[in-house]
Design a protein around this ligand. Structure first.
Ligand SMILES: C[S@@+](CC[C@H](N)C(=O)[O-])C[C@H]1O[C@@H](n2cnc3c(N)ncnc32)[C@H](O)[C@@H]1O
Length: 274
C-alpha cells in the first residue's frame, strides 16, 4: 500500500469498491456489540448524574442495544431510545424482555433517524453517548440532528454528547488487537481494528475484524467497515451555538476533569437556548 502524498486523501480506494458511507455496519456486527461493550459502565454513571440534575423524561439518540437505556430505566427514569438499526434494536428488545415489568414500562424504543424522528413528547435531558454523534457524516446531518433534539427538549432542557478527541498522530493502516473474549457458546472471539484518517474530509474509515474460532478448529471472520466524521473542540462549540444551545460544561473525562489537548474524550453539556 503506497503512502499518500501531502494533501492527498489517505483513503486507498484501490483497496475496495465498497460504498463505505452507506453500509449499515450494525446489521453485520450487532451481535458482537454487547460482548465488548456491555460491561463498559464509566459513561453510565456520568449520564445518570446529569439525570439527577434534570429529572426525566430522557431521550437517548442512537440508543443501540440499550447499554445506557436499561440502567436509566432501572434507576427509575422514563427514557425513550431512538435508533435506526433493526439488528441493534432487536438486541435491546431481547434484553428488555428479561427486565421487571416496571422497568419495561419506563422504556420506549422508537426505530427512526435522529435527524428527523418526530416524537409526541418533550424531554428534560437528551444524550447521544459513545461517539455515536460521529455517525453523522456531513455538517447538514449534524445540524439536522441537533435542531431535532432541540425541538424535543423542554425549555431549559440539557443535551450532552461525548466523542473521542481526534489524535491524528495515531498510526494508520495498522491492526490493533482490541481484545479476546470467550462466549457462552464456547466460541473464542478476537476483535481487531484498523483506522485510516482522511484529513481533508475530516473522516476516518474504521474496519473491524471479528475472528471467531470454535472448539472444532473452524475459524470465521466477520468484517465491518464504517466511516466516522470526527469533530474538533472549537467546531463542536460553534455547532452547538449555531443549533440553539448554550454550552455549559466541557469535560475531558468521565470524572469531570477539564478538556485538554491530551484528553482522550470531549464531553459537552449544553442547555437549550431560550
Ligand atoms: C456506537 S452505537 C451506540 C449505542 C449506544 N448508544 C451505546 O452507547 O452503547 C451507535 C448507534 O447509532 C445508531 N445510529 C447511527 N446513525 C443513526 C441515526 N442517524 N439515527 C438513529 N440512530 C443512528 C446505530 O444504529 C447504532 O445503534
Amino acid at each position: 500500500m503506497r503512502t499518500p502524498r501531502k494533501g492527498e486523501s489517505s483513503f486507498d480506494t484501490s483497496d475496495t469498491s465498497i460504498d463505505v458511507e452507506n453500509l449499515d455496519l450494525y446489521e453485520a456486527s450487532a451481535k458482537y456489540y454487547d460482548i465488548w461493550h456491555e460491561d463498559y459502565q464509566e459513561d453510565v454513571r456520568f449520564y445518570l448524574k446529569l439525570a439527577e440534575r434534570t429529572g426525566g423524561p430522557i431521550l437517548e439518540g442512537m440508543s443501540g442495544t440499550g447499554r445506557i437505556l436499561l440502567p436509566f430505566a432501572r434507576a427509575g427514569y422514563e427514557i425513550t431510545g431512538v435508533d435506526r438499526s433493526t439488528a441493534m434494536m432487536d438486541n435491546c428488545a431481547t434484553k428488555l424482555y428479561l427486565e421487571d415489568p416496571d422497568v419495561q414500562q419506563r422504556v420506549d424504543m422508537i426505530q427512526g433517524d435522529i435527524r428527523d424522528v418526530k416524537l409526541d413528547r418533550k424531554f428534560k435531558l437528551a444524550i447521544i453517548p459513545y461517539n455515536s454523534f460521529l455517525h453523522l457524516l456531513e455538517v447538514k446531518d449534524q445540524e439536522m440532528a441537533l435542531s431535532n433534539i432541540r425541538e424535543h427538549l423542554e425549555d431549559g432542557g440539557l443535551f450532552a454528547f461525548v466523542v473521542f478527541s481526534p489524535r491524528l498522530d495515531r498510526p494508520e493502516h495498522l491492526l490493533r488487537h482490541r481484545g479476546t473474549r470467550l462466549t457462552k457458546q464456547g466460541e473464542i472471539i478476537s476483535w481487531f481494528e484498523s483506522q485510516i484518517f482522511d484529513q481533508p474530509s475530516q473522516k476516518t474509515m474504521v474496519t473491524y475484524f471479528y475472528d471467531i474460532s470454535r472448539q472444532d478448529g473452524t475459524l470465521r471472520r466477520v468484517t465491518s467497515v464504517f466511516t466516522l466524521r470526527y469533530l474538533f473542540h472549537r467546531e463542536a462549540l460553534e455547532l452547538l451555538d449555531r443549533c440553539g444551545f448554550d454550552v455549559l460544561e466541557v469535560y475531558g473525562d468521565y470524572e469531570g476533569g477539564p478538556y485538554k489537548a491530551t484528553s482522550e474524550l470531549m464531553m459537552f453539556v449544553a442547555r437549550k437556548k431560550g
